[in-house]
Design a protein. Structure first.
Length: 491
């Protein structure tokens, strides 16, 4: 969502049953246009995904060798369409140059657009899609529909190929936690390669925390004590995107996982009956509601959008804000030079929590796909293999202030404060990384219902935690019974 997003918080806007990876970047744009979010209507999408005409003939595969493990046809054209958003084009153009060096006889046709859907829908219909697509932005094609209509190639051959840097390591063994699983829908095939990697959590100024003579709180009693200290100094404890309260889950969902275990989050994603009535959900809702009751939320927060809340926070009016790592780039023009930006995993309740302090939500964004009817699918996968090398990963991180799906790529480059803190948070988390899928699988449920009508109302004081739990469980039950949307389950 990052840099331009509000909505997203994921990656952008996804149509109603979208299973997209939330692409950090344009979340906001998307979200801001919540009404527009579901614009790509189902009729349009089914058209988009129907496989129309006869399509194009596939390029003849090349010979598999140690240097060409995917068997790319060395003289076949590669067509790559990138979403032109907050991450820019340069990182992808740099990776294309490496492809051209490796396959000098191949012509690469590279283009970037913000209108992914309107540009590419007719080509999917005709069976003549490009070979590699960065399917992101407000006009993102609905992943659930594309997968359901068999429009995407399974990326397992890429994942099982030797990595670009080390022939003894498969590509899948070089990726960050959760990346492979995010690309799956039902069973083993992997349809999407999320290239960017977002750390979600509680963001704050280390300088402001130090000025209160406080440490980041690990239990809720400590959290309330820090907020009281801030209040005495004329600073609110928290603010958030009140108009887009589906930002609250960036810290609330991993807290629920920490308190009750990952199985609670999985049950919520699976739309299981009474999943929201778990004691861990109740405890976390009550904890957040206490912030409202004790006056620790910045006055006027329910009326703020993501940019306004981030600006107030950057100006020192509030200590903590739930957000994703795109916030560093998105708020670069308002964060003071000496802010000392930091992110932490969510505060828990107490020592009885199921998972340790440090449990964090981190997941992929910027979804890349290779169409099933691509002329040169091997080339599309090879371009991704290059992008998942250490050099390409470092190049991306240096240029756009974001981590990639490659597990590393930060040695020897100077990281911004937020990135440095994000890397440290991931290290502290170790294997305790959670990845709730509601925002990918059921966009409307997550944003408009759980977010705006549930959490937003509770945090504005218009619903008690018990009422919010009941209301949200009702929304989840409705989604579970809705036969017009595809349902997904953790495998």
């Amino acid at each position: 969502m990052g840099s331009t997003s509000a909505a997203h918080h994921g990656s952008g806007a996804t149509p109603k049953n979208g299973a997209e990876g939330v692409g950090r970047r344009d979340l906001i744009k998307r979200s801001a246009a919540l009404g527009l979010l579901s614009v790509p209507t189902v009729g349009f999408l089914s058209a988009c995904a129907s496989s129309g005409g006869g399509g194009q003939s596939k390029d003849k595969a090349g010979k598999k060798t140690a240097k060409n493990p995917l068997g790319v046809n060395e003289s076949a054209q590669l067509e790559f369409v990138l979403f032109d958003g907050g991450f820019g084009k340069e990182y992808a153009q740099d990776a294309v140059k490496i492809y051209q060096k490796d396959f000098p006889k191949a012509h690469v046709k590279f283009s970037a657009t913000q209108k992914i859907q309107s540009t590419l829908q007719p080509r999917f219909n005709q069976g003549t899609p490009p070979d590699l697509i960065d399917n992101s932005g407000a006009e993102q094609m609905d992943m659930g529909v594309l997968v359901g209509k068999s429009q995407l190639a399974d990326l397992t051959p890429l994942l099982d190929a030797p990595s670009y840097d080390d022939p003894n390591k498969k590509v899948r063994d070089t990726l960050r936690p959760g990346i492979v699983e995010m690309g799956q829908f039902d069973g083993d095939p992997v349809w999407i390669m999320y290239y960017a990697y977002t750390v979600y959590g509680v963001w704050y100024s280390q300088k402001a925390l130090h000025s209160l003579d406080a440490e980041y709180p690990q239990t809720w009693d400590q959290m309330l004590a820090v907020c009281e200290k801030a209040k005495k100094k004329g600073m609110a404890g928290w603010t958030y995107a009140g108009k887009y309260p589906y930002y609250l889950p960036f810290s609330l969902y991993p807290m629920i996982g920490k308190v009750g275990g990952v199985e609670v989050l999985n049950a919520i994603d699976n739309l299981e009956p009474n999943a929201w009535k778990h004691p861990a959900v109740k405890a976390c809702f009550e904890a957040y509601y206490e912030l409202y009751k004790k006056g620790y939320i910045l006055q006027g927060t329910p009326g703020l959008d993501h940019i306004q809340s981030q600006t107030a926070w950057a100006q020192g009016k509030a200590l903590f804000i739930p957000n994703g790592s795109w916030v560093e780039n998105e708020s670069a023009n308002v964060i003071p030079a000496d802010f000392d930006l930091a992110v932490s995993a969510p505060t828990g309740i107490d020592k009885n929590d199921k998972m340790p302090f440090g449990t964090i939500w981190a997941s992929g964004g910027e979804p890349f796909v290779v169409p099933a009817k691509a002329k040169n699918a091997e080339g599309g996968m090879e371009q991704l293999r290059i992008m998942l090398s250490e050099a390409s990963s470092k190049n991306f991180t240096t240029k756009v202030k974001s981590l990639t799906a490659y597990n590393g790529g930060t040695d020897g480059i100077s990281l911004t404060p937020g990135l440095t803190s994000g890397v440290a948070a991931l290290k502290l988390a170790g294997s305790n990384v959670v990845n709730p899928r509601l925002q990918d699988w059921y966009v409307q449920l997550q944003k408009e219902k759980i977010g705006v009508a549930g959490l937003g109302e509770m945090m504005a004081g218009r619903l008690t935690p018990a009422e919010a739990v009941k209301k949200i469980q009702g929304f989840a039950d409705e989604a579970a019974k809705d036969t017009s949307i595809k349902h997904y389950k953790h495998q």
